[in-house]
Design a protein around this ligand. Structure first.
Ligand SMILES: [Zn+2]
Length: 479
């Protein structure tokens, strides 16, 4: 063989190799991460939200694929909900995927990257909302679009809802349900909620699917003292009285309270953790010895997430006192944010807190029903009273379980109580089951960045999560 033939063969081989690499690069591309990056670049910090801008971006992607698009404006300019529906044959009720488009604001100077640039860096997508919940919106949207791109035959409608005002504001899904229930009515829905938690070795420790959410309730603690000249201080200074009350609450821990979803969750942790943690989880669920339970609960509570899931939590969030420098105010007020487990008797919890403070000069109460906040709370609590945790016995829950196991073989799947609140109440209060998941594997460290600084999500996790949700939709809507 001549040198020139050898050379030509070598060049041909090189070309083949580079074509192969290109194909490989394409197969390894990350459509969900790219979509997330685009979503982050639309600043939807709420207030004001400006969710409508994001709706236009989504419409431009969904409309050409044949989805029916509805953009529902709210009374607030720039704030809207987005619905994309792809029709099935109508033999079954729709499945809906809900994701909020708004995000919380940022402390920009504390970020090491631009929070609204959607930068892909070191295997992550960075930006406000990467976890909560634009990452979820990107996964849900990509999975739903993939159904259409792959021409999957559907026996039920698949609806993607991108929501406004989940992080705050009046025009959330409860508002939407009042006026447009027909557009969001479904057999069951997916939302944010449980975690796909990574273990120390980079694998997935467990997949948790929330079947209920905690509820957020404001509690007002008011201390009364004597209002007088600050040059002659007395012992009944309202600020001192309030401070002592807060100090007592700081040292107090509400007792653990497990409901079926958290019982299953802690049992799963017992099976997937190393000793001594596994023993503590086991003791928490199964022990009858109060001393053993207390010890377990104390150890487990060093993890703030687990601390929150097993109990009603008490967090002071506002302090109000004082009028001027030379006056001791006659009263001082703290607002406490309670996060309660569904089924908690709020009056009993209020009495418990009053007893812990143990000072007749301190009043504990809910916002007055005459105030707009009190009125909203009363309506919310009336609705919440009718909400039951969603049953595991449904096609959607089983499909989530099966697809999670397919994507991460050997990983346990468990129910979960979401430690924060979501807007799932619009469906659950109407008897529609809602299952919550942040659909991407994540580490505990990354989780602390949610609502914080340098929020980020792994690119690979987004693609795996899309696979999981896509497989779930196939089972629920096509098989
Ligand atoms: Zn969220």
């Amino acid at each position: 063989m001549s040198v020139s033939i050898l050379l030509r063969l070598a060049i041909a081989a090189l070309i083949c190799l580079s074509l192969d690499r290109e194909a490989l690069a394409q197969s390894r591309e990350h459509p969900t991460a790219d979509l997330l990056s685009e979503l982050i670049r639309v600043d939807t910090s709420n207030p004001p939200g400006n969710e409508e801008k994001l709706d236009e971006l989504l419409a431009a992607k969904f409309r050409p694929l044949g989805f029916e698009i509805e953009i529902i404006p709210t009374p607030e300019p720039g704030k809207a909900h987005f619905i994309a529906r792809i029709k099935g044959d109508g033999s079954k009720k729709p499945v809906l995927l809900a994701a909020h488009a708004d995000v919380v604001g940022v402390e920009r100077e504390k970020w090491s990257v631009d929070p609204f640039a959607g930068q892909l860096k070191d295997g992550y997508v960075y930006g406000r909302g990467a976890i909560d919940f634009k990452g979820g919106l990107a996964v849900f949207a990509e999975a739903v679009m993939r159904l259409v791109k792959n021409r999957v035959p559907l026996h039920r409608d698949v609806i993607l809802l991108s929501e406004a005002d989940e992080e705050g504001g009046r025009y959330n899904t409860s508002w939407l349900a009042e006026s447009n229930w027909n557009l969001m009515d479904c057999e069951f829905a997916l939302n944010e909620g449980g975690w796909i938690m990574k273990d120390a070795k980079g694998g997935v420790q467990y997949v948790s699917i929330s079947t209920a959410d905690k509820m957020s309730i404001p509690l007002i603690v008011t201390a009364k003292g004597t209002s007088t000249h600050s040059s002659m201080p007395r012992t009944d200074n309202a600020i001192f009285i309030l401070s002592k009350a807060m100090a007592k609450l700081a040292d107090y821990e509400t007792p653990p309270k497990l409901i079926p979803s958290t019982r299953e969750f802690f049992e799963t942790l017992a099976k997937t953790s190393e000793p001594p943690l596994s023993t503590y989880f086991n003791d928490l669920v199964n022990s009858r010895n109060p001393k053993v339970i207390r010890e377990a609960e104390r150890e487990i509570s060093t993890n703030v997430l687990l601390h929150a899931i097993m109990r009603n939590t008490i967090a002071p969030v506002f302090l109000k006192a004082g009028v001027r420098g030379n006056v001791i105010p006659g009263s001082a007020e703290a607002i406490i944010n309670l996060r309660i487990i569904p089924g908690t008797d709020i009056q009993k919890l209020k009495t418990e807190i009053q007893k812990v403070i143990g000072d007749p000069r301190v009043e504990v109460g809910l916002p007055s029903q005459d105030s707009p906040e009190g009125e909203r709370l009363a309506t919310f609590m009336k609705t919440a009273a009718s909400v039951q945790p969603s049953s595991k016995d449904s096609i959607l829950y089983r499909a989530l379980e099966a697809s999670a196991r397919a994507v991460w073989p050997g990983t346990p799947v468990t129910t979960y109580l979401f430690q924060a609140g979501t807007d799932a109440i619009a469906w659950r209060s109407r008897g529609v089951p809602v299952y919550g998941v942040y659909p991407f594997p994540i580490t505990a460290e990354d989780l602390t960045r949610m609502h914080g600084n340098d929020e980020r999500v792994p690119i690979e996790s987004l693609e795996q999560g899309t696979e999981m949700i896509y497989k779930t939709l196939i089972q629920v809507a096509s098989e």
